[in-house]
Design a protein around this ligand. Sequence first.
Ligand SMILES: Cc1cc2nc3c(=O)[nH]c(=O)nc-3n(C[C@H](O)[C@H](O)[C@H](O)COP(=O)(O)O)c2cc1C
Length: 187
Amino acid sequence: MPLILETIVSTRDARGRLNFAPMGITLQGERILLRPFRGAVTFDNLRDTGEGVVHFTDNVLLFARCAVSSAIPPHHSARKVRGAVLEDACHWKEFVVESSDLGEERARFWARVVAEGRGRDFAGLNRAKHAVIEATILATRLGLLGRQRALEEVARLRPLVDKTGGPEEHEAFAFIADHIAGWTDAR
Ligand SMILES: Cc1cc2nc3c(=O)[nH]c(=O)nc-3n(C[C@H](O)[C@H](O)[C@H](O)COP(=O)(O)O)c2cc1C
C-alpha cells in the first residue's frame, strides 16, 4: 500500500488565477501521483495547465481555510512552474504533469518534480493537528455524510483539540466546526 501524504497543492487556471487546495498525494521517487475528484478546481487546473506545487506543512489552519473557502494564503512565486509557493510551508515540490487518466470520478495525474525548496522546520506530531485534518476532511464530504453524522464526528474529535491544541489548532477547529454546523443537507 502506498503512503498517502496530506498536502496543499497550488495550481493556476488557464487565465492565471491561483488556487490552493488540500490533496492527498503519493510520492514515488521523483514522481508524484495526484488524485483530485472531477469537480474540484484542482482537477480542472491540472488538466488545463498541467503544473503546480505540492506543499508539506503542519499549519492546519491553512488546510481548513483552503479546503472550504477560496482562500489565497501568503505565497511567493515558484521557480520553475507558474505556480505559487506557500510562505508557511516546511518544504515543497514544484511539478509538471506528464500523464493522466481522467476516466474515473477521481482522476490520476502523474507528475515529475522539477524543483524543490525548504522553508521552516516541521513542528512535530500533535493530536489536535490530526483532529483538525480529520474534521476538515469531513467538511469536504458533507454532501455524502450529512450534517448530523459530521457533527457527531466533530464532537468526538473536539477533546483532542481542547487537550493538546494551541491557538492555531483552536482557530482552525472552530472554523471547520462552524462550517459544518452551518451546512444544510439537500432534501
Ligand atoms: C487532508 C485532505 C486531503 C484531501 N485530499 C483530496 C484528494 O486527494 N482529492 C480531492 O479531490 N479532494 C481532496 N480533499 C478535498 C479537497 O481539498 C476539497 O474538496 C477542496 O474543496 C477542493 O478544492 P478545489 O476545488 O479548490 O480544488 C482533501 C481534503 C483534505 C482536508
